[in-house]
Write a protein that binds this ligand. Structure first.
Ligand SMILES: *Cc1c(COP(=O)(O)O)cnc(C)c1O
Length: 453
């Protein structure tokens, strides 16, 4: 913990030593003072996972206002894949912010927006002709994917899955599965949204293959909605907020194939899984699935707000002129950040790095699960890995145990997040630029937290 090493990675800025160091209790006095101000000024509905206030961050480290350095296993919820203040992002943003900050792309356009759309056409799955439209948030991208699919098909129905998370706007709340806290009291919700059963291997009463799980879902859609009523099937290739649920192999390709056969737009919501996170550029790449439309956000721009819908040119062009857009969508500073982030993703081979991080995490966590019966499942891909906590000897969810372990990690300076329909999943989303020593140290802390010592 006294090691003062600076990172040698080109993706990590100087000045944020890559080490864990606690100078005060967590949260420290300055964070507590800021938190009192937050509680007086910020609406209570805006939650806080860990009330340490951040002063600086980079690589795998968050530095707080009390001088503590925490290991980041959250990446701001899978956003800073390229690391906080990534030098390529900083350089491009600094240059752009000095040139101009906004014109509205729909009024007088600029190159950065076009360059981001060109990059998305190149990087997203499939080599068909693609076009994109840019937005501000993931939820907005999902909303627009539905708008495009409805116009392109002339149909209304949207199919989503159990445990899905697609956002907090009215339409995306309807698409999100979990009531508390995302939907509770916020209805009525948008109509024509239908939910199909997911492939969730750990929670199948009887093990079934991906193909069988797809047949089960398709049967529900066919019988309860009707294939020819369905505009779009929207699915996260690996579910995020719903619990890092990895469907059984074959599930995703079978659903995509059925969509193609029935004229349904297959939308991959890769807002959490995208941009190298799962060890390939996109999670769909793992099984060679080519979505008709793909929604992206979180990892796209190194932390600046940006989102996109990318897809088959003929689908994207189905919408009348002026039908897509928004004041800030594809803001020039956010686009500059995205170009820096995408450059880092490719030049620093961060997808390869995510795959290596995944091997380390899955090895260590599988060994840990062998020693502790409350870890019911270890799953994930690349740098998107989770453990599911259960009452030993059963699959009954144990959210209190997940909360206990997470809080113990926080006290030791490792930022972890929980998720899952049952609140019993501890998820790990390190920045892809975290170094091996820091990752190993974070896993040491986690091991002690699980063991309760
Ligand atoms: C976070 C997330 C969203 C919503 O994105 P926001 O930017 O928070 O609106 C949608 N889908 C998935 C899979 C997500 O993880």
């Amino acid at each position: 913990m006294t090691d003062l090493r600076e990172s040698t990675s080109p993706a990590v800025a100087d000045g944020v030593p890559q080490r864990r160091e606690l100078l005060t209790e967590i949260p420290g006095p300055r964070s507590r003072a800021l938190h009192a101000r937050k509680q007086a000024a910020v609406a209570d509905g805006v939650g806080t996972t860990l009330p340490v206030y951040i002063a600086r961050a980079g690589g795998g480290v968050l530095q707080d206002v009390d001088g503590n350095s925490l290991i980041d296993l959250g990446s701001g919820i899978a956003v800073v894949n390229v690391g906080n203040a990534n030098p390529r992002v900083v350089a491009r943003v600094t240059e752009q912010v000095q040139q101009f900050t906004h014109t509205c792309f729909m009024v007088t356009p600029y190159e950065g927006y076009v360059a981001v759309c060109e990059a998305l056409a190149r990087l997203t799955p499939g080599d068909h002709a693609k076009k994109s439209a840019l937005f501000n948030s993931g939820a907005e991208a999902v909303e627009n994917a539905v708008k495009i699919a409805r116009v392109a098909t002339g149909r209304d129905a949207v199919v989503v899955f159990d445990h899905a998370y697609h956002g907090r706007t009215n339409l995306t709340m309807a698409m999100t599965a979990k009531s508390m806290p995302y939907k509770h009291g916020f209805g009525p919700f948008a109509g024509e949204v239908y939910r199909a059963p997911m492939s969730y291997p750990f929670r199948e009463p009887v093990p079934i293959s991906g193909a069988e799980a797809a047949r089960r879902a398709i049967s529900v859609i066919d019988k309860q909605v009707g294939a020819d009523e369905v505009a779009a099937v929207v699915i996260e290739p690996i579910q995020g907020e719903g619990g890092f649920v990895v469907p059984a192999p074959g599930f995703l390709p079978a659903i995509a194939q059925w969509c193609t056969e029935n004229g349904i737009v297959f939308v991959a919501d890769e807002i959490q899984t995208g941009f190298g996170r799962t060890g390939t550029l996109f999670a769909c790449d793992d099984e060679g699935v080519v979505p008709d439309l793909i929604t992206t956000a979180k990892g796209i721009a190194g932390g600046l707000p940006l989102a996109a819908v990318t897809g088959r040119a003929e689908l994207m062009d189905a919408v009348h002129a002026g039908g897509l857009g928004g004041t800030y969508g594809g803001n020039p500073v956010a686009c500059a950040a995205a170009l820096g982030a995408l450059e880092s993703l490719e030049e620093d081979d961060l997808a390869g790095r995510a795959a290596a991080i995944g091997r380390t995490m899955l090895d260590r966590l599988s060994a840990l699960a062998g020693q502790h019966a409350q870890i019911g499942d270890v799953r994930g891909r690349g740098a998107m890995v989770a453990i599911e906590l259960v009452v030993p000897g059963s699959t009954d969810p144990d959210p209190a145990e997940a909360a206990r372990i997470s809080a113990a990690c926080h006290q030791q300076g490792v930022l972890t997040l929980t998720c899952g329909t049952f609140g019993n999943v501890l998820r790990f989303l390190p920045p892809l630029v975290i170094d091996d020593a820091l990752l190993a140290e974070a896993l040491d802390v986690l091991e002690s937290a699980v063991a309760g010592d």
